[in-house]
Design a binder for this molecule. Structure first.
Ligand SMILES: [Zn+2]
Ligand SMILES: [Zn+2]
Length: 138
């Protein structure tokens, strides 16, 4: 089987395998992603759920309400605390992997920015990327 890429948490306890390319990739500048990742934005690589396999130890989850009013589940390694995956109740067929956790973090370029209304003011975004004040719109 062709593999798109592999990755995991800092301590190596959690490993994931992605068989297909992500459906899309973008950067989320919302306050929840900033807080959860401890940095300026989350790099969201959105996969169809069936193309992502998880292996390894047990991981923790944290559920909170997203901007849509539906739940967002954020998964993290219980040993080292690395956040590595989001799942959205609004899009149950997707698994979102945080791009920085890939073994090779340069597999794809982001295509868009969302929640730029809370973007850090010192961060300059590429002019080639679509930007949305809040959530993604087609
Ligand atoms: Zn870990
Ligand atoms: Zn976000």
């Amino acid at each position: 089987m062709d593999k798109f890429g592999t990755g995991g948490c800092l301590c190596g306890e959690i490993r994931y395998f992605c068989n297909e390319k992500p459906l899309m990739t973008g950067l989320c500048h919302c306050r929840d992603c900033q807080t959860n990742t401890g940095t300026a934005f989350g790099t969201l690589m959105i996969f169809s759920k069936t193309s992502v396999t998880l292996r390894g130890g047990s991981f923790g989850v944290y559920d909170s309400k997203g901007d849509s009013g539906k739940m967002v589940r954020r998964s993290f390694c219980k040993d080292c605390g690395t956040p590595f995956m989001f799942e959205y109740e609004v899009t149950p067929d997707f698994r979102v992997i945080l791009g920085g956790t890939f073994d090779n973090p340069n597999l794809v370029k982001p295509e868009w920015n969302i929640y730029t209304s809370s973007k850090q003011p010192w961060l300059e975004l590429s002019k080639d990327l679509k930007c949305f004040d809040r959530g993604f719109k087609r």
